[in-house]
Design a binder for this molecule. Structure first.
Ligand SMILES: *[C@@H]1O[C@H](CO)[C@@H](O)[C@H](O)[C@H]1NC(C)=O
Length: 507
C-alpha cells in the first residue's frame, strides 16, 4: 500500500514530464528517435526516411499527428517514418544542427552515394497522409534491374551460384514494394523485373500470369514460384529461404545485455521499423495488431502501463527518486536603469527575457516566476546550451514602470514576463496566468524556436548602442543560440522556413 502510494505520488509529479515527453505514444507506428539515434537509424540506413521535427506544444504538430500516424502505418516495411521531439533537452542541439527553425519541419532523408551521407531535403507538400506517403515512396531508391528478352540470359549468368529474384509484371514502373524488397536484400540477392511483353523470358520460366515472383536459388536448383499473399511481408519471407535480409540499419554499438536470445534477432528488433518490416515473424503480429487497432480507433490507445520508458513498470517496488536541486538557482536582478538598458534594451541587443516585478517582490507569483525562470536557465546551462539572459527587473528600476506603460500592461501587482529583442525591435508578452516552470518553459521554447506572433517594440524603450566591438561577436552566434533571426509576422500560418542551403544534395 505504502509502495503504491509512493509510486503514485512519484508518477503524479512526473506526469508533466511524461506529457511533455512527446506527441506519439510508445505504441505508435511512428519511430521516435533522438538526435543520438539519427546517425545510425536514419543516416546510415539503406532505407528512405521521413523525419518530423516537432514540439509537443505546437498546434500544427498536433494537427499533423493523425496524418503522420497514418503515413507511418502505410509505409511500414517500405520506408521509415520517424519523429524527433525538439522540445526534449537532449535533442535541441540536434534540431538546431538540422536547421530546424519552425515546427513541424519534415525532412525526407534518403541514402546518398556515400554510405552514411544521406540526401536530406525538406518536405514542403501538404500535411496529409496521402501526399506524405506518395512523396516518401517516390524517394525510395530503385536497385531493381529492369530486364528484357535481350539481356535477361546475361543477367542470369552473372554470379550463377547465388540466389536471384525476378518479378514478372505488366507494369512499366517498379513498385515501392519491389524497390523496398530489393533494399532488404541489397548485396545478397539481386532483384529484377521483367515485363510480360518479354515473351522469351516469360516462356523460359513458364510464366502464365502476372504478377509472378520467382526465386532462383542459384546453382542447379530449379526456380521456385511465389504463391503467397501479395504483401511485402510474405515476399520477404519467401526470399528469406535463399538469403538473409539486411537489418534496416547498423546494429547499435553497445546495448545493455537485456535479451541475449539471438544476436541476429536482437539487431533486427533494434528499432520499431524492423518490427513493422516484414523481415521477422513475431513483428508481423505486432504490426498487424497495430494496424487492426488503427481501424477501430482514431489514435493509438495510451498504454495503461507507464508511457515513459524511464519509468520501470516491472519492479514497482523500487521507489522512483526524483533529484532535488541542492542550491536554489537565481537570475540576475537589475535595479539600475542604465545597466538594464546596456544589457537588453539597446538597438543591438539580442533576445532577453525580463521579469518585471511588482512592488511586492516577495509575492507568491513573483517568487514562483523567478524560481521558474532560474530553474529553466539552469537546466540549459547544465546541458551546455546558451540561452538568452533572464533578468529580474524590480519596481525600483525606473524602466520598470515605463516598460509597463509602453507595453500597456494592465495591472501592477503581478509579475510580467516579456521577451525583448532590441536589434529586431520586437517583444513578446507572456500571457499565462500562472508562473509555473512548465508554462514558462513552453513560452521560452516558443521564443527560442521563433514560434508565435511578436509585437513591435516601441522605439522609446530602446537606446542607441555605442559599444561597437561587441556587435561583431553577437552576429556570429550559431543559429541554435539565436534561432529567431526571422520575422515571424511575415511567415504564413503554416510555418515553414526555406532551408538555407542543401548541404547534402549530391544528385
Ligand atoms: C546496405 O546495402 C549494402 C549493399 O548495397 C549492404 O552491404 C549493407 O549491409 C546494407 N546496410 C545495412 C545496414 O543493411
Amino acid at each position: 500500500m505504502v509502495r503504491t502510494t509512493t509510486l503514485a505520488a512519484a508518477a503524479a509529479s512526473l506526469l508533466v514530464h511524461v506529457q511533455a515527453g512527446g506527441l506519439y505514444t510508445k505504441n505508435s507506428a511512428v519511430l521516435q528517435i533522438s538526435g543520438v539515434d539519427y546517425d545510425r537509424v536514419i543516416a546510415k540506413s539503406n532505407y528512405t526516411s521521413i523525419v518530423e521535427f516537432y514540439a509537443p506544444w505546437c498546434g500544427h504538430c498536433q494537427n499533423l499527428k493523425p496524418a503522420y500516424e497514418k503515413a507511418a502505418k502505410s509505409l511500414a516495411g517500405l520506408a521509415k517514418v520517424a519523429a524527433v521531439n525538439c522540445d526534449d533537452e537532449v535533442n535541441k542541439p540536434f534540431c538546431g544542427q538540422m536547421g530546424v527553425q519552425g515546427f513541424p519541419t519534415l525532412k525526407i532523408v534518403r541514402p546518398g552515394k556515400k554510405p552514411g551521407k544521406p540526401n536530406v531535403e525538406d518536405y514542403q507538400g501538404p500535411r496529409e497522409a496521402k501526399a506524405i506517403i506518395g512523396a516518401v515512396k517516390d524517394k525510395i531508391p530503385n536497385s531493381v534491374k529492369r530486364l528484357t528478352d535481350k539481356n535477361f540470359e546475361e543477367w542470369l549468368e552473372e554470379d550463377k551460384e547465388g540466389p536471384k529474384a525476378i518479378l514478372f509484371s505488366d507494369k512499366g514502373l517498379t513498385s515501392a514494394t519491389l524497390r523496398a524488397l530489393a533494399i532488404d536484400f541489397a548485396g545478397v540477392l539481386p532483384v529484377a523485373q521483367i515485363r510480360n511483353k518479354e515473351t522469351a523470358a516469360m516462356e523460359k520460366f513458364g510464366i502464365e500470369k502476372v504478377p509472378t515472383l520467382i526465386l532462383i536459388p542459384g546453382g542447379s536448383k530449379d526456380p521456385i514460384t511465389f504463391d503467397g499473399e501479395n504483401t511485402k511481408d510474405a515476399m520477404v519471407e519467401f526470399l528469406s529461404q535463399a538469403a538473409t535480409p539486411n537489418p534496416d540499419c547498423p546494429p547499435p554499438k553497445e546495448k545493455k545485455p537485456k535479451s541475449k536470445k539471438d544476436d541476429k534477432k536482437a539487431s533486427k528488433s533494434s528499432s520499431k521499423f524492423s518490427k513493422a518490416s516484414a523481415s521477422h515473424k513475431s513483428a508481423d503480429a505486432s504490426s498487424a495488431a497495430a494496424s487492426a487497432q488503427s481501424e477501430t480507433v482514431e489514435e493509438p490507445v495510451v498504454p495503461t502501463e507507464s508511457p515513459d520508458p524511464n519509468l520501470k513498470t516491472e519492479d514497482t517496488a523500487e521507489p522512483i527518486i526524483i533529484p532535488v536541486e541542492e542550491t536554489k538557482p537565481t537570475i540576475p536582478i537589475i535595479a539600475e536603469q542604465a545597466e538594464l538598458q546596456a544589457s537588453c534594451l539597446t538597438s543591438k541587443s539580442l533576445t532577453c527575457i525580463l521579469a518585471i516585478l511588482p512592488k511586492d517582490e516577495a509575492s507568491e507569483a513573483s517568487t514562483t516566476a523567478l524560481a521558474a525562470l532560474a530553474s529553466i536557465h539552469q537546466k540549459h546551462d547544465k546541458s551546455g546550451g546558451h540561452l538568452f539572459p533572464f533578468i529580474g527587473v524590480p519596481a525600483s528600476n525606473p524602466l520598470a514602470s515605463s516598460i509597463l506603460a509602453e507595453l500597456k500592461f494592465d495591472s501592477n501587482d503581478q509579475p510580467h514576463l516579456i521577451a525583448t529583442n532590441g536589434k529586431r525591435s520586437w517583444y513578446k508578452k507572456y500571457s499565462g496566468e500562472t508562473f509555473g516552470p512548465v508554462e514558462i518553459e513552453a513560452w521560452v521554447d516558443a521564443i527560442r524556436m521563433g514560434d508565435g506572433k511578436k509585437e513591435t517594440l516601441p522605439e522609446t524603450l530602446i537606446v542607441e548602442d555605442e559599444k561597437k566591438p561587441e556587435v561583431k561577436e553577437e552576429k556570429e552566434k550559431p543559429i541554435e543560440q539565436e534561432p529567431i533571426d526571422i520575422k515571424i509576422e511575415e511567415l504564413p500560418d503554416d510555418f515553414e522556413v526555406p532551408q538555407p542551403e542543401k548541404k547534402h544534395d549530391e544528385l
